[in-house]
Design a protein around this ligand. Structure first.
Ligand code: OAD
Length: 222
């Protein structure tokens, strides 16, 4: 069975009403990305960061997977599919994808400060001052700028075994995620779906469309 590996970013969920990061001048839902998505931001103002992710969790509860997520999930009938996503939402899973690797964490989980304990919290808010079992502050289970990316090796393994790689809705600016494409074996077709021009390695086949339209086209080509 052919193995297709998807590398998805914020643009994958744009049609589900979730904002991308770099389409609005470095602001993300009106916040400076570094204020709400870096370890320094967390130490500076934990209450603001908690409130920000509580809002994102509430927004996610009301969001629905879009056609793009659904087509990816449906491909599992014919192919082995692995989704490697930078997104912290659960829309791939809710569309039915079974193999999802979250590089940057998951909104529906919380953890202690050392990230050794992880809890499912669904769409519930974390209250300011809430503690984990070890007495440290409970925090969103998100990989912030300045933190390690523990899932990167598993993701690189998947890409190195892929027969087809498909990149969707990522500006490819954030490493190590942006470097994953270089693990693809020589000769493996690499598609990129994005409505804007994105800098990508030369052999990439560009489908300049939104995720849903792009996936409709790609499904015909596979
Ligand atoms: P970006 O916001 O950097 O890029 C989103 C990409 O999606 C852009 O190339 C857009 O052109 C594209 N896009 C917009 N609408 C689209 C649509 N309907 N269909 C397909 N593509 C569309 O987001 P990421 O590359 O995911 O990290 O950002 C990477 C990381 O930076 C995030 O995971 C996050 C962020 O800061 C952390 O929080 C650690």
């Amino acid at each position: 069975m052919k193995h297709i590996v998807f590398l998805t970013g914020a643009g994958m969920s744009a049609e589900s009403g979730i904002s991308t990061f770099r389409d609005s001048n470095g602001l993300w839902e009106n916040y400076d990305v570094m204020q709400v998505a870096s370890i320094e931001g967390w130490y500076d103002n934990p209450d603001l960061v908690q409130q920000f992710y509580n809002d994102r969790r509430r927004q996610l509860k009301n969001a629905q997977p879009n056609e793009g997520h659904k087509i990816i999930a449906a491909l599992e009938e014919k192919f082995q599919v692995t989704v490697v996503t930078q997104n912290v939402d659960n829309l791939h899973e809710r569309a039915g994808s079974k193999q999802v690797i979250h590089l940057h964490g998951e909104l529906t989980k919380a953890c202690n400060e050392s990230k050794t304990e992880v809890y499912d919290i669904g769409y519930e808010p974390i209250t300011p001052g809430e503690k984990a079992k070890d007495g440290s502050r409970l925090r969103p289970f998100i990989v912030w700028f300045g933190e390690a990316v523990p899932m990167i090796d598993k993701a690189a393994d998947a890409v190195s075994q892929a027969d087809v790689v498909v990149i969707i809705g990522t500006s490819m600016k954030v490493y190590p995620a942006a470097g994953l494409v270089y693990y693809a074996r020589r000769g493996v077709p690499i598609y990129l779906i994005d409505p804007k021009e994105v800098s990508a390695p030369p052999q990439v086949i560009v489908i300049q469309e939104k995720a849903s339209d792009g996936m409709r086209k790609l499904a015909q080509l596979l």
